[in-house]
Design a protein around this ligand. Structure first.
Ligand SMILES: [Zn+2]
Length: 206
């Protein structure tokens, strides 16, 4: 009995000191890491057409076939209007912030970023929002000071959560938006994590 108590205590201690179990409001790091390429899957997700995801001057579509690694894992919304200093980014739906990556710098806003291109696994500064048990959205390449939400915060549909930027693997100020599915919970104190699969955001009117 004594030994069992001791072992239980030991288990509790080792649990609470495991970095994967810790809670971080954000993961602030200029680490240049790798996250696996996501597989294309056509899954259902009940989200209505948002009023605006952001203001953009051009866009590049999702690219990939079902069951294979995506060629382009989301939609890019590009904004090259130099008069627009702060381009806000809105949520596609309500949910909870489960990952916030900060700490990636960028060399410019309107040309190829030359600094820390693989920071945040190429997504640069980014936010991940959980909408349902397994459906998430990712908002990538945010400006260095453009991550406006932290892990644990609840967000509404069409709420401003970030400012468009050019961090990570980016050649022009833009938002890269992904809709993904994962069964594994996001780790808020760890390097960037891929979804298990992604789908074409155009399927939801984006
Ligand atoms: Zn992209």
């Amino acid at each position: 009995m004594k030994n069992l108590k001791f072992l239980t205590l030991l288990a509790l201690i080792s649990c609470s000191t495991d970095p994967e179990d810790q809670f971080c409001k954000n993961y602030n790091s200029n680490e240049e890491e790798f996250a696996p390429i996501q597989i294309v899957e056509n899954f259902a997700f009940s989200v209505n057409f948002p009023e605006s995801i952001t203001v953009y001057t051009s866009r590049v579509e999702f690219d990939g076939v079902e069951g294979a690694e995506a060629q382009h894992e989301g939609i890019d919304y590009i904004n090259n209007d130099r008069d627009a200093t702060d381009v806000p980014i809105y949520t596609i739906g309500s949910g909870t912030v489960v990952y916030a990556r900060t700490g990636c710098v960028s060399s410019s806003q309107f040309a190829s970023n030359t600094l820390q291109r693989e920071c945040g696994a190429g997504w640069g500064n980014h936010l991940v929002i959980q909408h349902s048990r397994s459906v998430f959205s990712r908002y990538a390449h945010l400006r260095t000071d453009g991550v406006l939400k932290a892990v644990g915060e609840q967000v509404e549909k069409n709420e401003i959560i970030g400012i468009m930027g050019n961090s990570g693997r980016s050649d022009m100020r833009h938002l890269h938006l992904e809709i993904g599915k994962s069964v594994t919970p996001f780790r808020s104190c760890a390097s960037s994590q891929s979804f298990e699969s992604v789908t074409d955001p155009r399927r939801f009117g984006l």
